[in-house]
Design a protein around this ligand. Structure first.
Ligand SMILES: Cc1ncc(COP(=O)(O)O)c(C=O)c1O
Length: 487
């Protein structure tokens, strides 16, 4: 099939012959997945995988039939990947994909709209705007709020901080994109909790503010931003003559899944005339559930919100959004160009490049819309509630285990724990041995310096029996280890 000697058959077209080629190619791609491991990962070591992939002849002089290429990739790549739908794949915010999204990916790639300019994506531009308008409304932002899709939570947070920086400069009458940072920028600070994602530091370093411009506020034992510590920090910064240009709350921290008190943080942001950004990459999906939505009180007060569809909305990478309450703020980063964003378009044309740090960009909005329409809000809410219940179940099992101890009560879908008597090296050995044997992809992190293991439950098909097995595997591994003791 798809004989490479006739390259004309390999350029996607939409006549009947082209669609037939696509159907057959899609079938072969699906077949290549039959080699995925039965567990969460293959048993090959990092070096063995390196050697195996090195045998791929990336670009032979003469092409190989697509069927054969896909088959080889099945045995070399998919057979040695991780399997996010496996119940023992619990390390990261790494979900199994929804079928409607996966099949949409084929259509997205085949149709290949580019989201930078309307003339490359007419209906697609409207779909993205429609989706983001819906999301803005769901958040409870003012009418007209909208945004842009990005490649991930990191990109969304960087974009939000770019807007916050431009807004701070605008207050001084400075166009930071044109003139660079004003001298006052040395006094600008961004505040977030000590559990916030590192992409905020990355943003500050990229934006010329420097990593040290990010001041982290201490968290409570549960992992929420401590409001008393926030007030002390704000007072201290004001006394030092420093200016808080952005206050960032996290709705679902990376490790503990904790949601910061957003109403209270928003009030402080307003008092300090600072941009209020919420990184809701993790818990933004809770908007879909009537039961979980109250946890997001205050999200509607944000100037900008990061939502990652490729986390608890079960979308394949990449799919994230930055929603901005006042879309006019995007003008702060607009770069006109003679060929793309010309400013003299047909009435009704929107060129999304004006909102984005990317130029060419995928039509990821389509897979999200396909998934939301196919599943419907009630199903999605039930899946989220199921994961939260599963996480609470895991926490209860950890609590009653004589060998394990919770680091904090779970807040969303992660359960972080350690093993009293076992030090950081012992926990690392447990995690690495389970990974190497292909039995579990387990999370490992540090919370305020305390080494810990982590389950992140992203698969709504995982059962309480699966959780029991995961805990049994870990306790067996701890028992078997000749690990060094803390005390
Ligand atoms: C709270 C939070 N924000 C942002 C990110 C970054 O998201 P991405 O990996 O999509 O860039 C993560 C990643 O886990 C996260 O947990």
């Amino acid at each position: 099939m798809n004989d490479s000697s006739n390259w004309r058959d390999l350029v996607v077209s939409f006549d009947e012959a082209g669609l037939e080629q696509l159907r057959r190619g899609a079938g072969a791609a699906v077949n290549s997945l039959a080699t995925t491991p039965a567990g969460p990962r293959s048993r090959l070591s990092p070096h063995e995988i390196h050697e195996l992939i090195a045998t791929l002849d990336v670009c032979p002089d003469e092409g190989v039939a697509l069927d054969a290429v896909l088959e080889e990739l099945g045995t070399k790549v998919w057979a040695h990947g991780v399997v996010p739908s496996d119940p023992a794949c619990v390390a990261h915010l790494h979900p199994p994909s929804l079928l409607p999204a996966v099949v949409s990916e084929l259509a997205i790639a085949a149709a290949n709209q580019s989201m930078d300019s309307w003339d490359q994506s007419p209906a697609a531009t409207e779909v993205e705007l429609h989706l983001l308008g819906w999301l803005a409304k769901l958040i409870g932002l003012p009418a007209g709020a909208s945004g842009v899709m990005t490649s991930g939570g990191t990109a969304s947070n960087v974009l939000a901080m770019t807007l916050a920086r431009s807004a701070a400069a605008q207050r001084l009458g400075v166009d930071v994109l044109k003139s660079g940072l004003p001298p006052e920028a040395a006094r600008w600070r961004v505040l977030c909790s000590d559990q916030a994602h590192f992409s905020l530091q990355r943003a500050a370093q990229q934006l010329g503010l420097g990593r040290d411009a990010v001041v982290t506020v201490a968290t409570t034992a549960a992992g929420q931003m401590d409001l008393a510590a926030l007030d002390t920090t704000l007072e201290g910064l004001t006394t030092e003559g420093l200016e808080v240009i952005a206050l960032v709350a996290t709705a679902g921290t990376t490790d503990l899944g904790v949601i910061d008190p957003m109403v209270e943080i928003a009030a402080r942001a307003q008092r300090h005339d600072a941009w209020f950004h919420v990184d809701a990459a993790v818990a933004g999906a809770f908007l879909l559930s009537e039961r979980l939505r109250p946890l997001l009180a205050g999200l509607e007060l944000a100037d900008s919100v990061t939502v990652d569809f490729h986390k608890l909305w079960w979308q394949p990478f990449n799919a994230s959004a930055l929603i901005v309450a006042d879309v006019a703020r995007f003008d702060l980063l607009r770069v006109r160009s003679d060929y793309l964003d010309r400013g003299d378009e047909l009435d009704g044309v929107v060129n999304l490049v004006g909102r984005s740090l990317d130029t060419s960009r995928r039509f990821d909005a389509l897979k999200v819309v396909t998934s939301l329409r196919t599943l419907g809000r009630r199903n999605l809410a039930a899946m989220l509630e199921q994961l939260v219940a599963l996480t609470n179940y895991a926490a209860a099992r950890v609590e009653e285990s004589p060998h394990l101890a919770l680091v904090a009560a779970p807040a969303t879908v992660s359960c972080v724990f350690d093993a009293p008597g076992f030090d950081a090296d012992a926990l690392r050995d447990v995690q690495q041995r389970l990974l190497l044997r292909g039995e579990m992809v387990l999370g490992r992190t540090k919370i305020k310096g305390r080494a810990a293991l982590k389950f992140t439950f992203m698969n709504p098909l995982t059962t309480t029996d699966d959780v029991d097995q995961l805990i049994a595997l870990i306790t067996d591994e701890l028992a078997a280890s000749g690990a060094s003791r803390r005390s």
